[in-house]
Design a protein. Structure first.
Length: 73
């Protein structure tokens, strides 16, 4: 049986990739591509992809505070 998902019922998702230490932009792009496919399979509506290069993980936001505020707004 095939069921169609109504896009109005889909959970909206913003995917964030962090370039940190040994991770390269290429590796993060591959991870985000795979995560996009997984989110789609789970029924989520991926509304965007964001990457950020950081030196130190923020214990509160994981990404930088400025990037977190940008995502919220």
């Amino acid at each position: 049986m095939i069921t169609k998902r109504n896009s109005a019922n889909k959970e909206r998702t913003l995917l964030v990739g962090v370039i940190h230490r040994t991770n390269t932009e290429e590796i993060i792009a591959e991870h985000l591509e795979e995560l996009t496919l997984l989110a789609d399979t789970a029924g989520a509506d991926v509304v965007g992809l964001i990457t950020q290069k950081i030196q130190k993980i923020n214990p509160v936001y994981y990404i930088g505070k400025g990037k977190a505020e940008q995502v919220i707004n």
